[in-house]
Design a protein around this ligand. Sequence first.
Ligand SMILES: Nc1nc2c(c(=O)[nH]1)N[C@H]1C(S)=C(S)[C@@H](COP(=O)(O)O)O[C@H]1N2
Ligand SMILES: [Mo]
Length: 431
Amino acid sequence: MPSDDRALERVSDFFARDPEAADAAFFGRRSHGDRRGFLKGAGLATMSAMVGMTIPFHRNLPQGLIPAALASDEVLVGKDGLRLLNDRPVNAETPAHLLDDPITPTGRHFIRNNGLPPVEVDPKTWTFTVDGLVDSPMTLSIDDLKAQFEVVTLALVIECGGNGRAAFDPPAKGNQWTSGAVACSNWTGVRLKDVLTKAGIKSTVVYTAHEGADVHLSGDLDKLPISRGLPITKAMTDDVLIAFEMNGGPMHSMNGAPLRLVVPGWPGSCSQKWLTRIWLRDQVHDGPKMTGTSYRVPNRPVAPGEKVAEEDFEIIERMPVKSLITTPKNDAFVDETALVRGHAWSGDRTIKSLDLSINFGKSWIAAELDPPVNEGAWQNWRANVRFPKAGYYEIWSRATDSAGDMQPFAINWNPKGYLNNTMHRIAVRAA
Ligand SMILES: Nc1nc2c(c(=O)[nH]1)N[C@H]1C(S)=C(S)[C@@H](COP(=O)(O)O)O[C@H]1N2
Ligand SMILES: [Mo]
């Protein structure tokens, strides 16, 4: 396991410290087991894939030189306005006002990587395997999926379990997400349930285990950066997809192209990217980032800063009720009346009401709330808000879900900073 310091190292520092390991990490390919790279002469295709376009003068690239694009914000090729938190692994969130669309465009879907994405992926030759406790293990290509199963398109929320971590006090280690590690894109694929049913689930199965083709930060090809799973009951629900398209087009390479799981409403970590294997097990999966304090929270309320014994942690399942204000932009100047809008969601549930306050919670204004376009999608809402006089206001949004859970004002602290679902607050200045 890399320490948190190593995990926060930038690409350029990694190459400077350990060029062999860095090279293997970037250009080693788990799925094929061969290690190729700059030091051993990477092909044009590899480098082009890494920077997102052809490199006309690639023959002049000195050996071992890292294209500057890989050590800068340009790792976000094909993304629009995301804020880069780290480049090794790449983690980037979307400012709230750029999440304004009812369905999140590909360029605005956040990125959360635990390792180094595979390069030179080819959707034509990509396969993944279903094995473990099944009657007939299967290896399927994307064409096989399209031919053998019903293809569906659903708008599905993916939210990182650590979204909102930046607000924890005392601070929690990890990516300091503010509010932008969430998105609701249209995903096209087949239902996981249909594929598992075809493989034949043995009666002893309790959990799935997922593997992807990304490489561990250490460059060690025998280690997986992350391998999580689902209770089989969740895996068998209608809205869990094995997806091969995003928003009607190709999936972005950083969002798992060419094949990924999408498990709406549960921590984003369940939605394995660059999917290569689903393994059915007769125990709760214990892969990397399933155990210890990863994606786990204390099974009881704890005091801020309290040390919690590992056995008192439990796996996060559904994500809690939450909302986002996407218009106006934080700190905007507004007129006497302003259209306020955004989204609300709650894992495995629907939203019953969305209320806004402009007087620090003294009174609330009900927003107009759309039903979800399908199960697993967020719900869009809007309201015309009138500001009684010129001055500084805060707009607070508070969602209540179908089970009556309401967003809190203050955070329930936990050691790793998961599940911050406090109300969203933005500042505006009314003219
Ligand atoms: N193979 C693989 N799958 C992965 C990850 C990863 O690092 N590797 N990160 C997970 C986490 S923690 C999250 S929140 C989501 C983020 O999906 P996105 O990057 O498409 O937004 O992917 C999940 N799937
Ligand atoms: Mo995540």
